[in-house]
Design a protein. Structure first.
Length: 329
């Protein structure tokens, strides 16, 4: 039988051992295969190695797989994660699981994509996606310089805040009537002759573009939610013999996407920085483990317009610099 003194000593030793355990941080992405999320995971791993934490990772099977993300979140809590970083696939459906996590004292930080409402997480580290859409819209507007335009938009999927913000920002930048940055519905205009969901996927982007060309073969400007969708759109245009006469603009700024800008497949892309988002999230997780203080609010992680053809009134960075920065800033 332990004496009270021995019991106190054992408890103190246990507490000391727990305090010496590396902070456990979870990262849940939308998918494991999208290059954007691959880079985000790389950034988190680098930051954890540098700071001395332990990283758990998980993802949905596809973009939109809320159930997969919920399972990953629950597993991470059971494994002792005190901070969870998440790119929500379904901005509303994930909220009950996040509320349960936060009620247990887990810090939850959204990366890249907010929940709906954004206050569903403790903080958000992300690109200003409305601005990302605006800068490529402004570039396209300058390129067309008042000439007639027929636009196809290859979007994410209905109701997702990031998809809406990029789409609506693009319309705004092009000078068309558009919802504001808080809207989760997609704006339209007479110039937009086709809207299709790509789920950010190259194969689905190609199919979406093929369907748009069947609907209106005179499309001369394509907005895409990301560069995999842009690559699919280009493939469809190439098969139709239209790749030389149609401008594609996109968002992401990954190394492959920037190379596609250099090759002329994409005219311009808005570069964002997932490695930075993840590194900031890990740092906030380490700090929470040490101090008990959570982060809050929105932190803009930056956006840069990458294009090799400068246009009047539009600030651009060329692909040489874009390749130096791609996703690692």
């Amino acid at each position: 039988m332990r004496t009270p003194l021995l019991a106190l000593a054992a408890a103190a030793l246990a507490a000391g051992a727990a305090a010496q355990q590396p902070p456990v941080i979870g990262l849940i992405t939308k998918t494991e295969t999208n290059p954007f999320f691959v880079k985000m995971k790389e950034g988190a791993q680098q930051a954890v190695q540098a700071k001395g934490g332990k990283l758990l990772t998980g993802a949905g099977k596809t973009d939109g797989d809320n159930a997969g993300q919920v399972t990953a979140l629950e597993n991470m809590i059971n494994a002792g994660a005190r901070t969870i970083l998440i790119t929500p696939s379904d901005a509303k459906a994930i909220l009950p699981a996040i509320r349960k996590a936060r009620a247990k004292g887990v810090q939850v930080i959204a990366l890249d994509s907010p929940t709906d409402p954004a206050e569903g997480t403790d903080a958000l580290f992300a690109t200003d996606n409305y601005k990302a859409g605006m800068v490529i819209g402004e570039y396209a507007k300058a390129a067309f310089a008042g000439k007639p335009v027929k636009i196809a938009t290859l979007d994410l999927f209905p109701g997702h805040p990031v998809g809406a913000q990029r789409h609506n920002g693009f319309l705004k930048g092009f000078g068309l009537t558009a919802p504001d940055a808080k809207a989760t519905t997609l704006g339209s205009a007479p110039e937009v002759v086709c809207m299709a969901d790509s789920y950010g996927d190259q194969a689905k982007g190609q199919t979406a573009m093929e369907n748009c060309l069947q609907k209106n073969p005179d499309i001369n400007l394509v907005y895409t939610i990301n560069e995999p969708a842009a690559a699919g759109a280009h493939q469809a245009l190439k098969k139709a013999g239209k790749d030389k006469g149609v401008m594609i603009v996109s968002v992401d700024g990954g190394c492959a996407g920037v190379r596609n800008v250099k090759a002329g497949m994409i005219a311009a892309t808005a570069q964002q920085y997932p490695l930075k988002m993840a590194a900031m999230g890990v740092e906030a997780g380490i700090d929470y483990a040490k101090t008990g203080k959570k982060v809050s609010g929105y932190t803009d992680t930056g956006v840069t317009l990458i294009a090799d053809k400068p246009l009047p009134g539009v600030q651009t960075t060329d692909t040489a610099r874009g390749l130096e920065l791609c996703w690692g800033k």
